[in-house]
Design a protein around this ligand. Structure first.
Ligand SMILES: [Mn+2]
Length: 429
């Protein structure tokens, strides 16, 4: 089942094939001079995948306003259709991460079958206890899993267990928990008691995990709580994940740290501790900006991938991070932005594969700082576009995903099929 006409795709690829082959051959010569085989790199890049967040295919907003786009998905089946377009053209987004209750539907087996028909599967499930749902008995205004009221905490635990149950029906293998719990005033919250309540609640969720599932704890420095947040950094996340057990790990959202924090160092620490769950990739300049991956600080993203490739290269035991995007689109077509971000992650992974690991080891051992940093920069400066194009072509995708998408007029087609709706799921998590 495809959403973009394959004939259009082939026509575009045919037009660019000769250029791509010339560029690929030239890059192959460059890499051969460095002692690298381009086809081996290409084969590794072909195995890279990143999950699309279901909430990412809708238009996001800010605290001030939201400007809805044309043909926005009305429900989870529309979202799946948009995700399928992204995967059809980029071939590097084989999974979708759902958000409950935004993605609730009446027939989970139908949803699973629809995903299968598109060639998609389901990544981590995401719970939502940072907003109140219609007819909810207890409000999360003052917290959810860490609320002072036991009945509110129980309701939040129950919701997370429901997310696990839905995930089981869809073939998911992980639950991501992010809470907005915290405080806005000094003195408002007893820090230690709030953390204890978090542990008590998450232990109940953990107990409901199937044995082959993982629980991803996502930290965030602030927002919506602006004085203190219960799971505000990787340290709190690590403490909680360690208390819970081996199936609990720490999820790193690149936008959830203070400015200038060395995220790649955090990543290395979590890898060493066996507690790196995975990522929400995005980019930012000020806070949790949820901009497209690599759009502001591509070198920072590269340094994160450098740690990941190094860990895989060194065969770190249990190293198996989940890759997901988490971004919010205010001024672009979400499908175009998600394609760009997915390709950017794939690009950065390819660049990190080009780091000469043996030479870097030697430079580090000899305290040759300049040589070490130049080895990273040499890899980062390499334009790996022909490798990405080749991977897409070999897997039936588009040499130029955004070009084919625009030519397909998919957006205007779905705009006529999907009347605008008010409200609906969207948000920044
Ligand atoms: Mn996130």
């Amino acid at each position: 089942m495809t959403s973009i006409n394959p004939a259009l795709l082939h026509q575009h690829n045919d037009e660019q094939l000769a250029y791509m082959n010339t560029d690929y051959a030239h890059l192959g010569e460059q890499l051969a001079r460095r002692g690298m085989n381009i086809d081996r790199i290409t084969a590794q890049v072909a195995g890279f995948g990143v999950a699309i967040p279901s909430w990412g295919v809708g238009t996001g907003g800010t605290r001030f306003a939201r400007f809805p786009g044309l043909g926005e998905p009305r429900h989870v089946f529309d979202k799946l259709q948009d995700c399928a377009v992204i995967h059809q053209l980029t071939r590097c987004t084989p999974t979708v991460s759902l958000h409950i209750p935004w993605d609730k539907c009446s027939d989970w087996s139908e949803l699973r079958q629809t995903a299968l028909d598109y060639g998609l599967a389901f990544d981590a499930m995401n719970s939502n206890t940072f907003s109140d749902q219609l007819n909810q008995a207890h409000s999360y205004k003052f917290g959810s899993l860490t609320h002072t009221d036991a009945a509110t905490r129980a309701q939040a635990v129950e919701h997370n267990i429901e997310c696990i149950e839905i995930g089981k029906a869809l073939g998911s293998k992980a639950l991501t928990v992010w809470i907005g719990d915290g405080s806005n005033f000094p003195g408002q919250q007893h820090f230690r008691r709030a953390f204890d309540r978090y542990l008590e609640s998450t232990q109940q969720i953990y107990a409901a995990l199937p044995s082959d599932w993982r629980m991803f704890l996502e930290h965030k420095i602030c927002e919506p709580a602006f004085y203190s947040t219960v799971i505000q950094d990787w340290g709190s996340s690590y403490l909680a994940a360690t208390a819970l057990g081996p199936q609990a790990q720490c999820l790193v959202d690149l936008g959830h740290h203070a400015p200038n924090v060395n995220i790649e160092l955090i990543v290395a620490r979590l890898i060493a501790a066996g507690k790196l769950a995975g990522f929400h990739f995005n980019d930012s300049k000020y806070g949790d900006d949820d901009l497209d991956a690599g759009s502001v600080s591509p070198y920072r993203l590269f340094l994160v991938f450098n740690e990941l490739v190094a860990a895989a290269h060194e065969g770190v035991q249990g190293f198996d991070p989940a890759y997901m995007l988490d971004q919010s689109h205010n001024v672009t077509d979400p499908i175009e932005s998600l394609m760009s971000s997915a390709v950017q992650c794939q690009r950065t992974y390819a660049q990190a594969l080009l780091v000469d690991r043996a030479a870097l080891d030697a430079a580090q051992q000899n305290n040759d700082a300049l040589a070490a940093t130049q080895l990273l920069q040499q890899a980062f400066r390499t334009d790996v576009t022909p490798i990405l194009q080749k991977v897409r072509l070999l897997q039936g995708g588009a040499i130029d995903p955004v070009g084919v998408y625009r030519a397909s007029q998919y957006r205007s087609t779905v705009a006529s099929q999907r009347p605008a709706v008010r409200g609906g799921g969207g948000g920044i998590v």
